[in-house]
Design a protein around this ligand. Sequence first.
Ligand SMILES: C[S@@+](CC[C@H](N)C(=O)[O-])C[C@H]1O[C@@H](n2cnc3c(N)ncnc32)[C@H](O)[C@@H]1O
Length: 368
Amino acid sequence: MDFPFPVTEVVEGRARLLVPDVPRRKGPGTKGPWPFYNPTMAVNRDLSALALARWPVKPARVLDGLAATGAWGIRMGLEAGVPDLGFADLSPDAAALIRANLERNGLRGEVFHGDLRKRLSESPYDYLDIDPFGPPTPFLGHALHAARTPSGIGITATDTAPLAGTYPTACQRRYVAHPLRCEQGHEIGLRILLGYVERVAQAHGKLAKPLLAFSAEHFFRIHVLVLDGLREAGPEAGYYLRDREGVFQRVDPRVHDAIGPLWTGPLGDSGFIRSLSPSDWTSPAGARLLDALQHEADLPPFFVTTDELARRLRASPPRLGRFLDALRALGFRAERTHFHPRGVKTDAPHEDVLRAFLETAPSGPTGG
Ligand SMILES: C[S@@+](CC[C@H](N)C(=O)[O-])C[C@H]1O[C@@H](n2cnc3c(N)ncnc32)[C@H](O)[C@@H]1O
């Protein structure tokens, strides 16, 4: 088949995909007049394939809502064994490429060329993927209105700069939430996204239960199970202040500069996350991310970094492994976090965090 742009074949996971043969750089990827494909997002699709293979209500039909080359849906067919694949994209070139990619991978699927929001009102599915350019907000109302219960939704947000506090006004406008630019900014951003999705779900009389949520590369990703019901005004939507010690304190929404509203509950279902294991098609980066998420599942919100503790205590940062061991020796749980290369999530009170830090900080001028 001829396309009005050059194409090349890439192998991603178990799929062989024809994609536009255009220059690429690492990171967010550039929007162009051809269907979008970004190999950096393979880790996102890796974890989707693992999650869908173990999804609590096995999805018979998935909709790759903003499909571009069809990479996501095709991998779900090949790696998660989803039998009925649907694809939607506004672009006619994307629709043609998806059809060619289905054929190339020996799969069948229904390709809809048009606006996802229209498709959602016409066709039920068990799992919907929303992977837009930038914020997912334009699609969430339609998605949660149309969602059957139970069903799944996977949502990617690449507008991490607003969500993580670099552009607070844009975050306020899009997510009606106040972020904070700080070392924990990405966790705050992910929690703002989850909180927003939950509020939209509630507006449609549904619950969005996070099964898996993470930050990677230049994007946030959440997988929620949509259920019937209204959440009692409870502990899972809240506001925080970050005090002068860098400790997060839960506060009333009326407090000036309160961070939130954000999701304060678990970032996933630890039993579900620990049930996932890498497949033969998972990339090394995907397997490393999964391992980190499995270790930190269940630990409370937020984390400390040895950089920040070192600055505050005017000490050299200890090796992360020694700091973790010291916290564990004091009887607490402590794990590295995927949010920050020198971050530690722990259930230790702040005094014990400081004690473990000072016990392990090298006395010389440098740490490891
Ligand atoms: C970031 S790309 C999707 C990448 C793709 N999911 C992947 O895994 O490679 C976003 C896609 O959404 C499509 N799109 C944008 N607005 C849309 C809409 N309202 N309905 C359907 N498709 C849309 C664009 O044409 C583009 O192909």
